[in-house]
Design a protein around this ligand. Structure first.
Ligand SMILES: [Zn+2]
Length: 237
């Protein structure tokens, strides 16, 4: 009887110790996660706000493929899918445009395009914005090149990590043979070079490559591209 009591006592003792250790462990994980969110949102509120910038729009079509696929349309379509995935996951999303327009006015096209850049940059650096994703398509005179390329802003060190996460998602989900390195944006990419938030630009594919262009013209492929970017963002966050 005494032996049984001792066994019961020991069992109770060890279960109590393990429970206390488990509780401390989970409380620490919770605190670390909270601190991460706090660092990213600046502490204003707990919901992370992602700005999606579908490149070009309206008179500014961007690149055009030999078959007539216009970059601004592909950018918008991918961005809208990405917006939906992020909103469904509970993130706040702001778009620089949600239709075939640009977020600017002006008396001349030149003035309008100039205002477009400064207005987009103001949205990039707005206090509400936590993460910036700019969506574009590539084009090159030699049609053999294909594959996603990710550029990152040089001003916040988290941009490089975000770029790596999105690149890894593309390789894992869509382009296992994509060997392109992520690239730090120079002064030639104005918005990234002047953005102060974690920020990347995804050149999702080459409109100048006939096969990739045919993929990008397909809505289902654009949805998969958006999903790859979404997975990269979630991994980063
Ligand atoms: Zn572009």
């Amino acid at each position: 009887m005494k032996k049984l009591k001792k066994i019961l006592y020991n069992t109770f003792f060890y279960i109590t110790i393990i429970t206390i250790i488990a509780v401390i462990f989970f409380v620490m994980i919770f605190i670390v996660m909270k601190l991460n969110v706090y660092a990213l949102t600046g502490g204003d509120d707990n919901n992370i706000c992602i700005l999606i910038d579908p490149g070009h729009g309206a008179e500014d079509g961007g690149a055009v493929s030999p078959s007539g696929v216009i970059e601004k349309d592909v950018n918008l379509s991918i961005s809208l899918f990405l917006r939906d995935y992020l909103q469904m996951s509970g993130y706040d999303v702001i778009m620089t445009r949600e239709d075939d327009s640009i977020p600017a006015t002006g008396d001349s096209l030149k003035e309008k395009l100039h205002n477009d850049f400064s207005n987009r940059l103001a949205m990039y650096n707005d206090s509400k914005t936590d993460v910036v994703i700019s969506i574009h398509q590539n084009s090159f005179e030699n049609p053999q090149y294909y594959g996603t390329q990710i550029f990152y802003s040089p001003n916040d060190e988290r941009s490089e990590k975000l770029a790596l996460c999105v690149k890894r998602a593309f390789r894992g989900l869509l382009q296992p043979d994509n060997q392109r390195d992520i690239t730090k944006a120079g002064s030639n990419i104005y918005l990234l070079n002047n953005c102060t938030k974690p920020c990347i630009l995804a050149e999702c594919g080459f409109l100048s490559n006939p096969e990739e262009c045919a993929n990008l013209a397909d809505e289902e492929y654009r949805r998969q591209v958006a999903f790859a970017i979404y997975c990269g963002i979630v991994e980063f966050l």
